[in-house]
Design a protein around this ligand. Structure first.
Ligand SMILES: NC(=O)c1ccc[n+]([C@@H]2O[C@H](COP(=O)([O-])OP(=O)(O)OC[C@H]3O[C@@H](n4cnc5c(N)ncnc54)[C@H](O)[C@@H]3O)[C@@H](O)[C@H]2O)c1
Ligand SMILES: C[C@@H](CO)CCC[C@@H](C)[C@H]1CC[C@H]2[C@@H]3[C@H](O)C=C4C[C@@H](O)CC[C@]4(C)[C@H]3CC[C@]12C
Length: 368
């Protein structure tokens, strides 16, 4: 891009900008993207915290809208230089129907792509997921893999299926001519399990531990490693990739795992890094229940969900899918983002941990 264009003031649109990750992306852009002149935040539900952002030098425009509505998306995208598409229906608990998950995650993404093409927006960053790769239905481990590691990515659950389809749409759209004739540049970021301030599932585990008298019970062997990445670093990767996409042709059509220096641990041991300093303990050095019993309980939960559906929504944390994900090693070890666009984590592990602990402690005091 020419120097004159580089000095240009940019308009960014963040879809899902009021979600867990989206809020961090929004705040990170305001802090770390000096060329920003307008930030549009598009979400089904707008948060009250947006008001505090409106007093700064960057124009902040909050847009209440639905990604499944093509005209709403096109109106929000028109005139934006960059779109960061984080909006999605993250549901592995059976709260939404498979059709709704598909509509939001796949049709919503298609709407974003078409809006870019129609209105002339050239740069699109898509928040994909590790789940596009795995764990697969066969429970094969993915141990410290990278973007090129061969792995049989076979899914049945609506959420990973929808993320995989949407990612493919985004990557296939790379190079399409947008209005005005320039090529669309797209790439996809694949976070592993994100943690940090605002993480709803961490909050749920914390409250579950309080209800159980300050204890959580180990269900998964400590040897099963689960990839985790701090939300601030995921947000930073989005900001950087969006910036560098505008300079480097190399990045079009690429996928990048999101990574940082968070340690490799089991899902439960990792959570205890934050929950232990908040007064919880994890009981057992080995799973307290045999695996077959967990499988049975998960299946029972799925049956109860189905039976109770006409009366109420029963959506516990444990179901056959979440058990399989938690019980399958999936960790990444890569430096592709560093090689392609100079990414280094902005937050150290110690910093990420301290920030998350402080946030959980705040959850505790705000719920008393
Ligand atoms: N949380 C994780 O561990 C994780 C890991 C990998 C990838 N991801 C991906 O990151 C993205 C953000 O996830 P999150 O954890 O912040 O979830 P989230 O639910 O906190 O945020 C998603 C946001 O999208 C919005 N949204 C949902 N449906 C919409 C619609 N129809 N129109 C407009 N907005 C809509 C929601 O209101 C919400 O604010 C998702 O695409 C998800 O697949 C999340
Ligand atoms: C068996 C239980 C005993 O304590 C533990 C169940 C934990 C599960 C609820 C979570 C284990 C792994 C999580 C998923 C993973 O971190 C990656 C994800 C990708 C992302 O795109 C969406 C969220 C998620 C699917 C995440 C959801 C919760 C787990 C299944």
């Amino acid at each position: 891009m020419a120097d004159s264009a580089r000095a240009q003031k940019l308009v960014y649109l963040v879809t899902g900008g009021c979600g867990f990750l989206g809020e961090h992306v929004v705040r990170m852009l305001l802090q770390r993207e000096p060329r920003l002149c307008e930030l549009r935040i598009f979400d089904l539900h707008l948060g009250p915290w947006l008001d505090e952002l409106k007093t700064g030098p960057v124009r902040v425009t909050a847009i209440q809208g639905d990604v499944t509505q093509a005209h709403e998306v096109a109106a929000a995208v028109a005139g934006a230089h960059v779109v960061i598409h984080t909006a999605g229906l993250v549901d592995v608990f059976g709260k939404a129907s498979p059709e709704t998950i598909h509509e939001v995650n796949v049709q919503g993404t298609q709407n974003v792509i078409e809006a870019c093409v129609q209105t002339g927006t050239q740069f699109l960053v898509y928040t994909s997921s590790m789940e596009v790769v795995g764990p697969n239905v066969k429970g094969h481990p993915f141990y410290r893999g990278n973007e090129d590691t061969p792995y049989e990515a076979v899914h049945r659950h609506p959420y990973p299926c929808s993320k995989a389809l949407a990612e493919r749409l985004v990557l296939e759209a790379n190079g399409r001519k947008v209005r005005g004739g320039l090529p669309l540049v797209t790439c996809a970021l694949r976070p592993t399990g994100i943690y940090g301030e605002g993480h709803q599932i961490m909050r749920d585990f914390y409250h579950q531990g309080l209800r159980l008298g300050g204890r959580l019970f180990r269900a998964i062997p400590a040897s099963v490693e689960h990839g985790r990445v701090y939300v601030g670093n995921v947000a930073w990767m989005h900001v950087l990739v969006a910036r560098e996409e505008q300079r480097a042709a190399l990045m079009g059509g690429q996928v990048y795992f999101c990574y940082d220096k968070s340690p490799y641990k089991s899902y439960e041991d990792f959570n205890m890094e934050f929950l232990r300093p908040c007064g919880l303990r994890l009981v057992g050095t080995r799973p307290l229940l045999p695996y077959w019993l967990l499988v049975f309980l998960a299946a029972l939960n799925a049956l109860l969900q189905w039976l109770l559906r006409p009366l109420l929504l029963y959506a516990p944390l444990l179901n056959p899918y979440t058990l399989a994900v938690a019980n399958t090693t999936f960790t990444v070890s890569t430096n592709k983002a560093q090689r392609h666009f100079g990414y280094e984590p902005l937050f150290s592990w110690e910093d990420s941990r301290t920030r998350t602990i402080r946030w959980v402690q705040g959850v505790e005091s705000s719920s008393q």
